[in-house]
Design a protein around this ligand. Structure first.
Ligand code: DSN
Length: 417
């Protein structure tokens, strides 16, 4: 019997696409660093009647009636997130990472205020002030960069902070692979009396799983998504010190958003419950091991690894300088063999963002499937085979067969059809 019995009858076209996507995810290797597979329990919670409910406000203080169950799940999510991250206050309502960042900025800053954030091509995120975003139209962003050997020069960061006197110092990234020195960020922010904020969207699961240090004690405000390494449904969270709690809550609702998506919050509660289980710690540690092996293997194959290596779940490669293919060409050829990654800028990339010099590869999803060092070595080999033979369709077909064979051994959802 189909799991999607009603959908199949009501809307065969959508049903067909759902089946197609299940097959695509099952038969391919998802290596986009920001993607993952939620558990079947999280999927079930996402598809519940909580999607019908409006819940503007917060537990115990809503603007609509009928909240006896929504309050339970929101309180549960907050309690579990606090246990995982040790935050003084948590708001679980942001619809995703970009809104979470906008809410956080608007809670504590005025239009025109200066924010010191990481340059996008050096690993920062669009919402950390890239000129094409709304954030850059409202706030005055200035940027710090990484050194040629991929580090953050904290002395230089301090100099910029002293000279520019930003109202906020923003740490965090979406394509940087090294461990940040939280204490140094926090000390610099204190010295110049700036608010310290960190966006941990990429590494939240590694922090929750205690595979890397926790920045929460060091920063005034911490934003995150919930669907990357944390392996929850799509969504966002903001954690902060008690002193910022009121401002953050007010900025989320009614400041920026209306009703929270309660089915997402139900699913988030489930995911946070999973992250509290001992197996999640193992998962987070395995991610780090897998990324390290991927780095080592790709280096052996002659790929240029950016930032000197990785301390987290992803690697950034300069494929243009080391393999003579552009990021876009590499993305297309890896798609052909069933490995999904994304083209990515490298620091101060001279090429266009739509066809940059680099690619970003992450292991959280493969690790969720149960893949370990042995499989990651094979994956590195497939990546190298494909990129080195990008014009040879026969080789690409052969490698695609190997990828499918590997994926078959690691099923994602057993009864979803
Ligand atoms: N889109 C996410 C990523 O891929 O890193 C960040 O927003």
């Amino acid at each position: 019997m189909s799991y999607f019995l009603n959908l199949k009858k009501q809307d065969p076209r959508v049903y067909k696409s759902v089946l197609g996507e299940i097959k695509r995810q099952q038969e391919g290797l998802e290596m986009i660093a920001s993607e993952n597979y939620v558990s079947a329990a999280v999927l079930e919670a996402l598809g519940t009647v909580f999607t019908n409910k409006y819940s503007e406000g917060y537990p115990g203080k809503r603007y609509y009636g009928g909240q006896e169950f929504t309050d339970v799940i929101e309180e549960l999510a907050i309690k579990r997130a606090k246990k995982l991250f040790g935050a003084e206050h948590i708001n679980v309502q942001p619809l995703s990472g970009a809104p979470a960042n906008m809410i956080a900025y608007s809670a504590v800053l005025k239009p025109g205020d200066k924010i010191l954030g990481m340059d996008l091509s050096h690993g920062g995120h669009l919402t950390h002030g890239h000129p094409v975003t709304l954030s850059a139209k409202i706030y005055n962003f200035i940027r710090y960069k990484t050194t040629p050997d991929g580090k953050i020069n904290y002395k230089e960061l301090e100099k910029i902070a002293i000279k520019e006197k930003p109202k906020m110092i923003l740490a965090g990234f979406s394509a940087y692979t090294r461990q940040l020195d939280y204490k140094k960020f926090s000390a610099i922010a204190k010295k110049v009396r700036a608010i310290s904020m960190i966006d941990i969207a990429h590494i939240a699961g590694l922090i929750a799983g205690k595979a890397i240090p926790n920045p929460v004690p060091y920063f005034d405000i911490v934003t995150t998504t919930t669907h990357k390494t944390l392996r929850g449904p799509r969504g966002g969270m903001i954690m902060c010190k008690k002193g910022f709690a009121k401002a953050i809550d007010k900025a989320a609702f009614p400041g920026f958003q209306g009703g929270p998506h309660m089915n997402n919050i139900a699913a988030l509660s489930v995911a946070l419950g999973e992250a509290l289980e001992p197996s999640f710690k193992k998962y987070a540690k395995q991610i780090i091991k897998n990324a390290k092996i991927l780095e080592q293997e790709l280096r052996k194959y002659g790929f240029k690894i950016m930032f000197g290596g990785t301390d987290n779940h992803m690697v950034l490669l300069n494929v243009f300088s080391s393999k003579g293919v552009t990021g876009k060409e590499a993305e297309v050829v890896l798609d052909k063999i069933g490995i999904t990654i994304n083209k990515n800028m490298i620091p101060d990339d001279p090429r266009h963002p739509m066809d940059p010099s680099g690619i970003r590869i992450g292991v959280p999803a493969a690790t969720t499937r149960g893949m370990k060092e042995k499989e990651i070595k094979l994956i590195a080999q497939y990546i190298n085979d494909a990129i080195s033979n990008h014009k040879n369709n026969k080789t690409l077909k052969q490698v695609n067969k190997e990828v499918k064979k590997l994926c078959k051994k690691f099923p994602i959802y057993k009864n979803l059809k």
